[in-house]
Design a protein around this ligand. Structure first.
Ligand SMILES: *[C@@H]1O[C@H](CO)[C@@H](O)[C@H](O)[C@H]1NC(C)=O
Length: 381
């Protein structure tokens, strides 16, 4: 009897060991993906007596959603083109004759930032009036929020937060310059978003344009940048032109900034910044002077003459003034005693001798650089 009981207990222990509840693993244990990406979770039965039935549920008991599919054997859950509502915990449930086991995984949907600003643009302000601009942002991870003001073609940070989902900009309008373009920007590792609000003075304010530099000197080949700023309400639109000439071919105008990528002598002149709004327009001027080194030529550059004749060589140079000229002989010999050089580059040698034959060099110089040219002279007996 005892033996029989013992055998029954032993065999049921054996059965219990073999006939076991399912043991599960899940992969990945957690995931963070971007919106519109696709992800699969795999639930694996590590051990346990077959047959095992697999099933997926959301931990919050909501429906899986129409973009969520479970594979034919129940082990793979796929979420296609994920959206924010797919975020949350998912549970794999395994059932066999011995019971039920569950295992969870969690899905996070990263979201690019979004911003909303109230009131919406344009906002009317009156002198001495107080106002507040409110910016709200969403996104995962939580974005930083910043209020900026666009000025001088750049942006100045007014106020910033990394901890709140809302940022209020409060101010009192004291001067027409307080009007302008305000930007709320939300930024996270997932991207950035911004919304602009234009603050206008009620009744409008005429533009006032000014440039950061009224005179610019540059050397040929350099890049030149001109900055123009305008106050006024509504925010003036800035355009650039050149007095009595079109803008250089290689130019870029962006906001109040005009960039000339590689200036030449012909780009010298007066540039006009024109700021226009409904209340009027205003112009500001920049004088550009492009300096170039001299480009020299000799006229003539080959001479055949007879002894006793007079030699005349004119060195001509284009470039920024003033230009000075120097004639010399190539090879170190000095100019003959009868040689004269005028200020404008003319070399004269009266009473040519055979020994005046040879190569002559003209060096033209200005404050940017030098240029040289050669002439060959042959004197026959
Ligand atoms: C500036 O803009 C105003 C208004 O559009 C226009 O009347 C004026 O001629 C412009 N000035 C120049 C230099 O283009």
């Amino acid at each position: 009897m005892d033996f029989v009981r013992a055998a029954v207990i032993l065999s049921s222990l054996l059965v219990a060991a073999l006939a076991q509840k399912p043991v599960l693993s899940i992969e990945p244990r957690s995931a963070a993906i971007k919106q519109d990406e696709t992800i699969s979770f795999r639930c694996r039965v590590v051990s346990g007596s077959q047959p095992v039935q697999l099933e997926w549920k959301r931990v919050n008991n909501q429906a899986l959603g129409d973009n969520v599919k479970v594979g034919p054997d129940g082990s793979v859950l796929t979420i296609a083109y994920a959206r924010p509502s797919n975020q949350g915990q998912y549970r794999c449930i395994a059932t066999n004759a011995q019971g039920k086991t569950t295992i969870n995984t969690v899905l996070t949907i990263k979201q690019v930032p979004k911003v909303w600003v109230t009131p919406s643009s344009p906002v009317m302000a009156r002198m001495g009036g107080a106002l507040s601009l409110e910016c709200s942002a969403s996104g995962k991870p939580r974005p930083s929020i910043t209020w900026l003001k666009q000025e001088w073609g750049s942006e100045n940070v007014l106020i910033s937060t990394t901890t709140d989902t809302k940022l209020v900009l409060q101010m009192t309008v004291m001067a027409p310059e307080d009007a302008g373009m305000f930007v709320c920007r939300a930024q996270s590792s997932q991207g950035s978003a911004e919304e602009k609000v234009e603050l206008r003075m009620a009744g409008g304010a005429e533009p006032r344009a000014s440039v950061s530099q009224t005179d610019i000197k540059a050397v040929e080949g350099q890049m030149v940048t001109m900055h123009c700023q305008a106050t006024g309400s509504p925010s003036p639109v800035i355009s650039w032109s050149k007095l009595r000439a079109p803008l250089p071919w290689q130019h870029r105008a962006e906001g109040g900034t005009l960039t000339l990528t590689s200036v030449g002598r012909q780009d010298s002149g007066q540039y006009i910044c024109n700021a226009t709004n409904a209340a009027g327009y205003s112009e500001a001027y920049v004088q550009l002077e492009v300096d170039t080194p001299p480009y020299a030529t000799s006229i003539p550059d080959q001479v055949v003459a007879r002894r006793g004749e007079t030699l005349r060589l004119q060195c001509i140079a284009h470039g920024s003034h003033p230009i000075s000229y120097r004639w010399s002989r190539v090879g170190g010999a000095s100019l003959s005693s009868g040689a004269k050089v005028t200020k404008d580059g003319m070399l004269t040698i009266a009473q040519l001798k055979v020994s005046d034959s040879g190569n002559y060099k003209c060096v033209a110089s200005n404050h940017v650089g030098t240029g040289e040219t050669f002439a060959s002279v042959t004197v026959r007996a």
